[in-house]
Design a protein around this ligand. Structure first.
Ligand code: PGA
Length: 237
């Protein structure tokens, strides 16, 4: 089942998203959280960090698995998703970093690395709550529009649209990675709950397509229509 909640502004949306994640942590103190990067989750991670600093949230037994990582960037690179997660969340809460997982963007054998990541998620008992953003082209993680849904964690070739959208974080287009390791649809769809967040006018059409259009790998997020527990938080501004 898919539930859409609209917000007038980004801070209100973040408050709702952070509350849902906080409820999950309170409900199950060793939850496995599937986490996402991008600009949209930043305000959510800020609130979770604040609540943890106040002593209202305890991350000490939380485990996390991130959706994706750029190929070719080390954890120390300031545009790697490991760096992003440390900066925006892990360094600010009482999580044990050993329990935080981000795909390895430097792996030589991407296929083997992907299979290992999927095994890890299974070993952790699967994902309790998966946070997702959505790309302008409907991607979730880096599952780009395609002729088929890819099941396992894999190396994805980024579309030009995604590369263009990501250039804002790099010095110029030549610096933007062209491939990424991303969780596939199986781990995402096996998450017990999914929380998708999006903001801004430019995401309005793709959200509508994902919710009301046909389920098709051309709009990767449309697969969420088949999941039993999806909440979409959308803020227009
Ligand atoms: P954004 O990215 O939050 O920066 O818009 C979302 C995504 O591409 O998944």
């Amino acid at each position: 089942m898919l539930k859409l909640i609209n917000f007038e502004n980004y801070p209100d949306m973040c408050k709702k998203a952070a509350s849902i994640i906080a409820a999950q942590i309170i409900m199950k103190e060793n939850s496995v959280l599937g986490l996402a990067t991008g600009s949209t989750p930043i305000g959510i991670y800020e609130l979770l960090s604040e609540w943890c600093a106040k002593g209202d949230l305890d991350f000490s037994r939380i485990r996390t698995v991130n959706l994706d990582e750029y190929c070719g960037l080390s954890a120390a690179h300031d545009q790697s998703y490991r760096y992003f997660m440390n900066k925006h969340l892990f360094d600010n809460v009482n999580i044990d970093k050993v329990n935080t997982h981000v795909p390895n963007g430097l792996a030589q054998d991407a296929e083997r690395e992907g299979a290992k990541y999927d095994e890890l998620i299974e070993l952790l008992g699967g994902i309790d709550l998966q946070l997702l953003g959505i790309g302008h082209n409907g991607h979730i993680g880096f599952n780009e529009p395609s002729d088929f849904f890819v099941s396992g964690t894999h190396c994805a070739k980024l579309t030009q649209e995604t590369i263009n959208a990501n250039v804002r974080f790099f010095d110029d287009l030549s610096q933007v990675p062209k491939t990424a390791v991303t969780m596939g649809m199986r781990s995402i769809m096996n998450a017990r709950k999914i929380l998708l967040v999006a903001n801004g006018d430019k995401k309005k059409d793709i959200i509508q397509k994902a919710i009301n259009g046909p389920v098709t790998p051309k709009v990767p997020a449309s697969i969420l229509q088949l999941h039993p527990d999806v909440t979409i938080l959308y803020s227009i501004a």
